[in-house]
Every structure is written in structure tokens, then in C-alpha cells.
Design a protein around this ligand. Structure first.
Ligand code: HEM
Ligand code: HEM
Length: 231
């Protein structure tokens, strides 16, 4: 009789959707800003959608299933260091982000939060401006615009590192992309007695409610006339 390969759910559907929608929105923001002209309106839309996704991920990190939770991958220099040293010959791995990956996840979330929140206050001095730029001084707008523009190179470096790191793990026999698509890891590849992540209708309904609320906030942010607040 063939041995059925057992799978363990590691990434819940909301976390996976978050990741791939984030990819679409960040790439969308980067492409449309290069196209310029009327595409800038799409840059703002993709940017605000990115911000909503990030807020979703922060809340999901507090209330979501086990491997998506921040307390399952707290940043630790000591743990990251021992992860880097090849002291063990075991081929099993822990579920969720490893201690080194944890640092990169926090770095990516922080950098994208800075990029999107500065975006709300920037202006090109011609046609397009972040929806909240009318609430701060011109001096502050120009400072935040410089930070926002500088962010481009930091984001490119960060994304390059992200994709290279995933390639290195693939080379070492740890495929990470598949689990980020379908959610599962072969149970034999995981440490013994690894508990699966909860990914049932309750988790998904909770995520849907949160996502709907944030989608509404994003829509409001992109359509509200904040200039009226000052007059
Ligand atoms: C992932 C998120 C984002 C990325 C990667 C990003 C990237 C960029 C880059 C690279 C530029 C500079 C283009 C240039 O050099 O001319 C730029 C400009 C701009 N961004 Fe974003 N942005 C993001 C989010 C946002 C958000 C949330 C808003 C506002 C809602 C926004 C509004 C603007 C505006 C108005 C400009 C024009 C500034 C100027 O040309 O001086 N961006 N963005
Ligand atoms: C704009 C591009 C991208 C951004 C902003 C991005 C961002 C992120 C973030 C924030 C996480 C943490 C996920 C979480 O815990 O919620 C992550 C994980 C991950 N990303 Fe990306 N990503 C990008 C592109 C890609 C691409 C192109 C791939 C595939 C080659 C990829 C594969 C993965 C994988 C496999 C993980 C899970 C890593 C692990 O198991 O620890 N990402 N990414």
C-alpha cells in the first residue's frame, strides 16, 4: 500500500491572500509611478491598498492563527544567529517563519509602513498629492516627499534580498513558495508533533470582516476631501 504523504497546514488562507495581494499592490505602485501622468491616480490607489493590507497584517499578527501571530516569530538576535550556524544535520524544520525570516518580515512590514504612511503626505507640486498633505505644512510635505522618494531604493534592495533568500532556501531543499501558495508543508519535513494552523470558516470569516472594514477605510481615505477640514 502506498504511504499517503501527510500535510500540515502552516499558512492560513488570509495570510496567503495578504501576501499575494501585497505583491500585486507594491508592484502596481512601483510600475504606475514609473508610467507617471494619469497613472499617478493608480499609484495612489495601489499605495492606499498596500497600507490597508499592512494594517490587516498587523491586526492579523495579534489575533490570527498560530504561525501568522507575531508571538510565534518574535525577533531574537540569538535565535537568528544559531539558525545561521550549521550545527545540526537534521532535515526537519520548524513551521512558520524561521528566526532569520522573522527579522526580514518585520523589516519589510516596517519599511512598507513608512513608505505608505509618508505617501499620504507627499506632493508632486503639480497635480497629485497624498490625501493628508493638506493637513501639514509645506516644509513637512517636502521633507516627507524626500523620504518617500528615497524609499524606492530601500524597497528595491529589500525585495531583491527577499527573493534571493527564498532562492537560497530552495537551493538548500526548503521550498517556501509552495506553502505560501497552497498553505501546506509535508509533515515529514517538520519537527515532530508540529500543530497545524487553524484555517477553518471561523478564521476566514473573521478575516473577511476585518478586510471589509479596512477596504471601506481605504476607499474613504482615497475619496474624502480633507482640504475641507481646514476651511
Ligand atoms: C508601496 C507603496 C508605495 C511605493 C512603493 C511608492 C513609491 C513611490 C516612488 C518611488 C515615488 C517617486 C517617483 C519619483 O521619483 O518621481 C513616489 C511618488 C509619489 N507617491 Fe508613492 N509610493 C507608495 C505609496 C504611496 C501612497 C500610499 C501614496 C498616497 C496615497 C503615494 C503618493 C505619491 C505621490 C503623490 C507621489 C509624487 C511625489 C513626487 O513626484 O514628488 N505613494 N512613490
Ligand atoms: C512586492 C514583492 C513582495 C513583497 C512586498 C513581499 C513581502 C512579504 C512579506 C511581508 C512576507 C511575510 C508574510 C507574512 O508573514 O505575512 C513574505 C513572505 C514570503 N514571501 Fe514575499 N514578498 C514579495 C514577493 C515575493 C515573491 C516574488 C515570492 C516568490 C518568489 C515571495 C515569496 C515569499 C515566501 C515563500 C514567503 C514566506 C517565507 C517564509 O516561509 O518564512 N515573495 N513576503
Amino acid at each position: 500500500m502506498n504511504q499517503v504523504s501527510q500535510k500540515t497546514r502552516v499558512w492560513d488562507l488570509p495570510t496567503r491572500l495578504f501576501h499575494w495581494l501585497l505583491v500585486v499592490c507594491v508592484v502596481g505602485a512601483l510600475v504606475t509611478v514609473k508610467l507617471g501622468g494619469n497613472w499617478m491616480q493608480w499609484h495612489l490607489n495601489f499605495g492606499i491598498a498596500t497600507l490597508a493590507l499592512l494594517v490587516f497584517r498587523v491586526v492579523w499578527g495579534l489575533i490570527g492563527p498560530r504561525y501568522a501571530r507575531f508571538n510565534s516569530f518574535l525577533p531574537s538576535i540569538r535565535a537568528a544567529w544559531s539558525h545561521l550556524r550549521p550545527t545540526s544535520t537534521t532535515h526537519t524544520r520548524q513551521a512558520g517563519h524561521n528566526p532569520l525570516g522573522a527579522w526580514s518580515v518585520y523589516a519589510m512590514l516596517m519599511l512598507l509602513l513608512v513608505q505608505t504612511s509618508t505617501g499620504l503626505f507627499v506632493s508632486d507640486d503639480i497635480m497629485y498629492q497624498g490625501p493628508l498633505s493638506v493637513l501639514v505644512s509645506n516644509d513637512m510635505v517636502s521633507r516627507l516627499t524626500s523620504v518617500h522618494k528615497l524609499g524606492e531604493w530601500v524597497i528595491f534592495a529589500m525585495l531583491g534580498l527577499h527573493v534571493v533568500a527564498i532562492g537560497v532556501y530552495r537551493f538548500k531543499g526548503h521550498g517556501l513558495v509552495g506553502p505560501m501558495i497552497h498553505g501546506d508543508v509535508n509533515t515529514q519535513q517538520l519537527l515532530a508533533n508540529t500543530a497545524p494552523a487553524q484555517d477553518d470558516w471561523r478564521v476566514r470569516t473573521g478575516a473577511l470582516i476585518l478586510a471589509s472594514l479596512l477596504a471601506w477605510l481605504a476607499w474613504w481615505l482615497s475619496t474624502a476631501q480633507f482640504g475641507g477640514i481646514l476651511s
